[in-house]
Design a protein around this ligand. Structure first.
Ligand code: FUC
Length: 502
């Protein structure tokens, strides 16, 4: 108060600019920019003429993360620091079966990696009560966490001491999922010290729990049993059922966690026998199955779905956020994911739409990703709740579940980043999902794994990429899904690639 508005504003601008200005995005301008934001939202329809609104949503998501997740603070929760209720929807908690993780999807790709620190601290905190839960509930080693946690870091199955639904109680994969964020810090920054002292011991704890829980199915594959596919239901006759022998998401998370643990053991040259155990189990995990409708099967045995348009798309975890399913390496599974997305449909809650933008971007379908983005930008007014669909954007650009829930903002920002740049170890994919409607544009400062940054520019006939790094390395680069070649990147020497627009 004593500082006064002008000084506070100047301080704020100086503080956030240092982070915010790392990434610029220009998707083209239009006359729509003369309208106020609520009018722009109202007139934004599919294939709209307002690409700048998408750039605004992208940067707004980055701004929100800067504003709500700084080292030493709590991680961003469901309503972030903007909750205005005494008791917010879902207690403004950490729902760790998608929502908390989604909050951090844009962090590294959008040049804001340090903002993930509060989440990393949360995962470190969970290891302590999580070890007690693993021991007391399962008789297992390592640590476990379930569907939710809060400021006090509870890790027990949800249900609050009352009879609850198995759909919520019987999901114990969140520690596995959260570990991908720790490994991402290493993947993006190559910070071996962080991997050694912070990430790997936590990954090892999470993997140890799952190693103790794996059982063989009738065919000799290892499964995590029982499992749910978060909050979704299948049919046994007329009855809805949530708990299956195992679920595709469970296997996808274990596959990723084991691979990341194995890579950590190699990078750190530690725990050889643990690594060998993981390699053995990894090779015996139940593989993905294509279901009877050509979709990626969500549950063990591919039973009929009770709610085919359910908002969660958990079985597609391997396509995004993980990368075990990939158009180039596993085209048949990628096609099955496409079928799954088509069956699920283009509706959803705010965060569900955000996830679908990322998934369509991974399928390199920029036009469908843009369709989902336009869907996310559908104006929502009023204070209604919708638990399963009706997602969009409020006049102030906050995400509408509805109600207000911040994860959809971060999911949309991450989705736009995925449309422009994707990466995995030693691979950079430039403009993999550029929609036809984005005729002219540019982006600077987007980040790829391995300490790589990319500046991009495109027009009606050409796409151009400038790739920079401070660490010499060999990478495979593709432009608009077409192989451009293998390149020896030199530290401090930008690599320029220009191609005709596809
Ligand atoms: C999950 C979702 C709901 C909501 C809640 C906070 O349970 O299924 O849609 O986002 O988290």
């Amino acid at each position: 108060e004593a500082k006064g508005f002008d000084v506070l504003l100047a301080d704020h601008i100086a503080d956030y600019r240092a982070l915010f200005d790392r990434v610029r995005l220009d998707l083209g301008t239009s006359a729509a920019e003369d309208f106020p934001t609520d009018r722009r939202l109202a007139r934004n329809v599919e294939s709209s003429d307002d690409p700048g609104l998408k750039a605004l949503l992208f940067q707004y998501g980055r701004y929100l993360l800067i504003a709500s997740s700084r080292e030493g603070t709590q991680p961003a929760n469901l309503q972030g620091i903007w909750n205005r209720e005494l008791r917010a929807p879902w207690s403004s908690n950490y729902t760790i079966n998608i929502n908390t993780q989604m909050n951090y999807w844009p962090a590294f790709p959008c040049g804001l990696g340090e903002l993930q620190r509060p989440l990393e601290q949360l995962v470190a905190d969970l290891t302590v009560p999580g070890a007690v839960t693993a021991r007391e509930v399962y008789g297992a080693g390592g640590f476990v966490a379930h569907h939710n946690t809060d400021l006090w870091r509870f890790t027990s199955p949800v249900g609050n001491g009352h009879a609850g639904s198995a759909a919520y109680a019987c999901w114990n994969l969140s520690a596995g999922w959260l570990c991908r964020h720790l490994f991402d810090r290493y993947a993006y920054t190559r910070d071996v010290g962080f991997l050694r002292t912070t990430a790997y011991p936590i990954l090892r704890g999470a993997a140890s729990f799952f190693l103790d829980q794996l059982v063989e199915d009738a065919d000799g594959f290892l499964i995590l049993a029982p499992s749910t596919s978060p909050e979704n239901t299948y049919l046994v006759g007329e009855e809805g059922c949530n708990v299956s022998q195992t679920a595709t998401m469970s296997m996808a998370i274990l596959d990723e966690l084991f691979r990341n643990c194995i890579e950590s053991c190699r990078a750190l040259d530690v725990d050889e026998s643990f690594r060998r155990t993981l390699e053995d189990r990894l090779g015996r995990l139940l593989p993905y199955r294509v279901g009877r409708m050509g979709q990626l099967a969500e549950w063990y045995g591919d039973p009929e779905e009770a709610e085919p348009n359910h908002r969660h798309v958990s079985h597609l975890y391997g396509l995004y956020p993980s990368d075990s399913i990939d158009l180039g390496r596993t085209p048949a599974l990628a096609e099955a994911c496409r079928r799954s997305l088509e069956f699920r449909g283009d509706e959803g809650t705010g965060w569900s739409l955000g996830w679908k933008i990322c998934l369509w971007a991974r399928l390199r379908d920029g036009n469908h990703a843009l369709k989902m983005l336009n869907r996310q930008l559908r104006l929502v007014e009023g204070s209604e709740f919708d638990y399963s669909t009706g997602g969009g954007t409020y006049p102030n650009l906050f995400d509408a579940h509805p109600p207000f829930q911040i994860d959809g903002n971060f999911g949309a920002t991450a989705g736009i980043a995925e449309m422009l740049l994707q990466s995995r170890e030693a691979e950079v994919h430039v403009l993999p999902a550029l929609p036809d409607a984005w005729q002219v544009g540019s982006a600077t400062g987007l980040c790829a794994k391995g300490r790589i940054q990319a500046d991009l520019a495109w027009g009606a006939t050409q796409v151009r990429a400038t790739i920079r790094t401070d660490t010499a390395q060999t990478v495979r680069i593709s432009l608009q899904g077409r192989e451009a070649g293998r390149y020896e990147l030199q530290a401090g020497v930008p690599l320029e690639i220009v191609r005709e627009r596809g």
